[in-house]
Each structure stands twice: as C-alpha cells, then as structure tokens.
Design a protein around this ligand. Structure first.
Ligand code: AMP
Length: 453
C-alpha cells in the first residue's frame, strides 16, 4: 500500500468550497436533492460543503469532524451519487454487490448511519443494510444474500459474515471509516486490517475522526492514497448555538434540582449525563420511582436494552435518558433540546462532546450543568478548555409548574408509593411530588428569581 501523508487543502480552496450555499450547487442529483428537501435540510454544513465536491472528484479524504457536524451526509450523499449509474430494480443478488462499505465502531452509530442512508437513498434504486453484533445473524444474512450496494457494519460482525462468505467484499469501490479514532480506541485495528485485505486495492477511502493523533495518521498512511485533509471547527468553538447554564447545587440536592429545571423550563426530553454506570443506575432508578419516564444507557447494559432505551427515547416514550459518556458518544437524536450534566465529566473534551448532543446543525440547544462543591476543579478545567467562565445561575422558580409526568404507567405507580410518605394523597397528581420542597436550610425567604438565564 502506498505510503502518503495527508495534504491539507489550502485556505483559498477551502473558501471556494465553502462558498456553496445549496446542495444543488454542490452538484447533487435531483433524487438526492428531493430526499434532502423532505428531510428539511436547507443548507449544507461546513463539512458537507468541503467534503462533497472532493468525494465526487474521487479523492481519498481524512476528515476531522465529529458526530453532530453533518458528517454522515458529507460522505453518504456523494457516495450515493457516484453509485447512481449502478441503480437498478433487478431481483438478482448479482446485480446488487456491496459497492460502499461503511465501518463504524458501535452498533448505535452503525444504526444511525444506516438510518441516514435510508433517508438519503429514498428515491434511488439502491439497496442498503446494516450489520452489527449482539443480535441474531440470520436476518442479516438474508439481507446480505439478497444483495445490497451500501453496507454499514461494525468490524467484528462484518468479519463473521465475510468468514461465512455471506458478505462478499470483492466489488467494494468505496470504504468509509467512521469515528476512526474510536475504532482504534476500542481495539479494532487487527479487525480493520483483516477487512482491508478482503477489499480491492483500487478504491476510494474516506476516514472520519474527531481527533487526529499519530495513530490515526498511521492508519491513514496505510489505508488511504494521497488523501486530502479537511477539518471543521472543533466543537469547543462551534457550540455557540448551545445555551450553557450552570447551577451550583449540593450533591444531595441534585435530583431535586434536575426535576426543578425540567419542570420550570418545560423540557420535553433531555439526555442526562453521569460519570459512572453506578450513578447512572442510581439516578435512573430514583427518577423512575418519582414516575418520570426514564431509561438508562451504559456499557453494562445488554444490546437489546440499549436499543430499547434509545428507541423509547426517539419515540418520545422516554423523557429522560440517563447515560454515561461512552454510551452516549455517537448517539444522534435529531433536535435534542437539552442535555444535563448531572455530574461534570473528568475530561473537558467530554463536556464538549456532551453539549454537542444538542444544538446540532445550527439548531439551538440548552446544556445545564449541576455542579456540586467538590466538582469546582472540574468546572475550572472546563472553563479553561472552552475559554469561557460560567456564572452560577439561581435555580428557576417553579411557577407555573409544568408536570414532568401527566400519566403514570401501572408498573411505575407502585414505585411511586415511597414519596407518598411525604404526604401525597390518593388521586393527587404525581407531578406534585416532582416539585419537592427546597431543604429548609437553603429555602430562600422570597421566591426564586424567574429571570435566570
Ligand atoms: P451527523 O453529524 O451526521 O451525525 O448529523 C447530525 C444531525 O444533523 C443529524 O440529525 C442529521 O440529520 C442533521 N443534519 C445533517 N446535515 C444537515 C443539514 N445540512 N441541515 C440540517 N440538518 C442536518
């Protein structure tokens, strides 16, 4: 394989590429433009403006962009366009070989990427499928046998299918390594090398990664040909669309503070971050006991549980999704209005990743951090990293109270009986319990100001 280093595109080329203001100007075909129109995408994001023309021109790319920047469309749209000449409605599997292979580190990311591909290819006679571990192989095998042009896969499961010759990769023309840094972090390098050996050497390869350290550059050296390097603003500069609010709260009062903010701001759904799995479990259980539709997602949860949690959240059945950093990376929930830092992360970069879950693709978002006294040092680290100082905002007032829960499912009503000891009468809405009194020691004499940011 050719040994090359990436060429960073110069400022003039970048500004030329960024001059495009519509997807049509990027040269995309009408069926793709129609799909984007239906999705409500109006203008390409910076990574899309830069990457789409270069991919269409056949270049290998090293793209520095995280989830939330629109990176999936940045590679999926031009690849779909390049495959249009192969679009066909034949039932013969031979007419639908795998032409584009997208590798992703986690099942969640693979599913999200595939959801996007499905939406983008809606008006094209091209097939796609997604395969990942932890679930039955048979339905995946049936789809692969029928033939798919675009295959999204996690590395391990792809090798299983390739080993049994169900996945045939000899006609792959395009390879995408999505979240390459995470694939390396998760120890996938040997799997990636095995997969590479199954692919034709004549192909176009696109590598997407949030970070570009030496290991990524090494990966690019062996897998890419004369790549161009494109980057979009790091999230710590791109987070202007996110309103960041900080409340100083004693550790024991965090749960009440969380519920109070959710109520006062009438937050329909939020992702709530904890540092540890133990805290995620504990917080999730306590919220469930209060009758708040809550799901928990972390690395120890079984695949099916994680998928069910995400699904419930996407369908709006789950109001608060409690997650650890690792579990949440790569989760893409369109228009997520709010994230909570129930506990600040140890690494300031994780703070930036967390708040990047909201305010995506230009939408406005809210990030609320609940900071206990022993987290001050973590806060200072974040402030240095994002070059911004927080002023502690008072907790919002509760009037008019917007209930977190309007209905309590039977399964949760038993669990709600614990707070009843505080005086809930039968028939009284559970939401009353979601507005617990502030501890006497801290209860302000006058109402809490309503003009908090
Ligand atoms: P990604 O970085 O690919 O995970 O995309 C983040 C989110 O932005 C997804 O929900 C996409 O559907 C959405 N998105 C991507 N590109 C655009 C765009 N040009 N306009 C509006 N939304 C977009």
């Amino acid at each position: 394989m050719e040994v090359t280093t990436a060429t960073t595109i110069d400022a003039t080329t970048t500004s030329m590429l960024e001059a495009a203001t519509t997807f049509a100007e990027l040269g995309l075909a009408p069926p793709i433009l129609a799909a984007l129109d239906e999705l409500g995408y109006q203008t390409p994001t910076p990574i899309q403006k830069q990457a789409i023309p270069l991919v269409l021109a056949g270049r290998d790319l090293m793209a520095q962009a995280q989830t939330g920047t629109g990176k999936t469309a940045a590679f999926a749209l031009p690849l779909l366009q390049k495959m249009i000449p192969h679009a066909n409605t034949s039932a013969s599997p031979a007419r639908h070989p795998v032409r584009a292979l997208v590798l992703a580190p986690t099942r969640e990311l693979a599913l999200q990427v595939h959801d996007s591909v499905l939406a983008y290819r809606k008006h094209l006679s091209l097939r796609s499928s997604v395969v990942f571990g932890g679930v039955d192989m048979k339905p995946q095998e049936a789809e692969l046998r029928a033939g798919v042009e675009i295959l999204v896969a996690t590395p391990g499961r792809l090798l299983d299918h390739a080993g049994s010759r169900v996945a045939q990769l000899a006609q792959v023309q395009f390879l995408v390594l999505d979240e390459a840094d995470r694939m390396l972090d998760m120890g996938f390098l040997p799997d990636l090398k095995r997969i590479l050996n199954l692919l034709p050497s004549q192909r176009q390869t696109l590598l997407f990664s949030a970070t570009f350290d030496d290991s990524i550059v090494g990966l690019a050296r062996s897998f890419l040909r004369n790549p161009l390097k494109v980057e979009v603003a790091r999230r710590n500069t791109a987070a202007e669309t996110v309103e960041q609010v900080m409340h100083k709260v004693r550790e024991d009062d965090k749960l009440d503070a969380l519920v109070r903010v959710v109520n006062a701001r009438d937050i329909a759904q939020a992702l709530v971050f904890t540092r540890t799995k133990i805290c995620a479990d504990k917080l999730g259980r306590r919220l469930q006991k209060r009758g708040v539709p809550t799901a928990i997602i972390h690395g120890d949860k079984a695949q099916l549980e994680r998928l069910a949690a995400l699904d419930g959240f996407k369908q709006g059945k789950v109001r608060l999704l409690v997650a650890t950093d690792i579990a949440a990376r790569g989760i893409d929930i369109a228009e997520l209005p709010c994230v909570f830092n129930y506990e600040l992360p140890y690494s300031p970069e994780d703070y930036v990743h967390r708040i990047g879950r909201t305010g995506r693709a230009g939408a406005s978002g809210l990030a609320v951090s609940l900071v206990a006294p022993d987290e001050e040092r973590l806060l200072a680290g974040i402030e240095r990293f994002i070059k911004r100082e927080f002023t502690a905002a008072p907790l919002p007032t509760l009037a008019p109270p917007a209930p977190v829960v309007t209905e309590v499912a039977d399964a949760t009503s038993a669990a709600v009986s614990a707070p009843a000891a505080r005086g809930r009468r039968r028939g009284e809405p559970v939401c009353a319990l979601l507005l617990p009194p502030v501890r006497p020691a801290e209860a302000p004499a006058s109402p809490i100001p309503t003009d908090s940011p």
